[in-house]
Ligand binder design. Sequence first.
Ligand code: SF4
Length: 225
Amino acid sequence: MNENIYSQHQLSMWKDCPKRYYFQYIKNINWLEPLSESNIIGNNLHNLMYYYLNDHKIDHLLKDADPKIIELWQTCLNLEMLSKQPLATEYKFLTRLADTNYWLQGRVDAFFYDKAKNKYIIADWKTGKSLPKNLDNNFQCLFYLYSMHKSQKYLNLSFAEEDLEFQFIKISDNTEIKSLSFSKEQSVEYEQTMLNVINNIVNTYDFVRNPGQKCKSCKFEAICG
Ligand code: SF4
C-alpha cells in the first residue's frame, strides 16, 4: 500500500474502529471470503450498466442470466438517469488533498451531466443494503464530491462545487434515489476533516478498539481480543 494514498473505505474504517483499520491496512490481514448472492447480483448489474453506458451489446449476457438479474435490469432501464449524458463510467480518480502530500483514490460508478439542471452527477448504484437515512454530513458522499470536484481537470471539465451532486440510486423492486448537493463551504470543511483523519492515522501508534454494532460484521472479531 502506498502510505500517502487513502480511499474512502480506509478513512471510514479508521473513524469506525482504529483497531479494525490496524488489522486491515497496517497488518494487511486478508483472506478470501465467499461472495454472497447479493454481491454477485450487484457485480452483474454494475457490469451490465458499464457495458450499456459504453454502447456495448448486452443481449447475449442477458440471455442466460439469473431471472433476478433480468428483472432488476428492466428496472435499470427505466431509470431517469440513463437519459442524461454519461461523461465517465467506472471512473478511477487519484486526486491530491489540498496542497499536502496525501492523495485520495476511489472509483465512481458513473458520472453524468444533466443539461436541464446544469448539474454534474456522481451516480452510485446500490443493489444490496438500504440507503442511509440522512445524507447530510455523509462521509462517503462528501469524499466523492470533494474528489470529483478536484478531478475535473482530468476530465477536461470546468464546474463549481455548487454544480456537483451525489446520488445513491437503489436498484430494486422499489427504486429509491437520495441525493446530496455540494458547496464551496463544504469543500473547505471536508478538506480539513479528511486532513485531520489522515493526520490522526499517521501519528497514531496505539490503534484502540472501538467495540459496537459493527463488531457483528467485523471479520477480525475472533482475533480482536
Ligand atoms: S471486533 Fe469490533 S472492536 Fe474489534 S476490530 Fe472489529 S470492529 Fe473493532
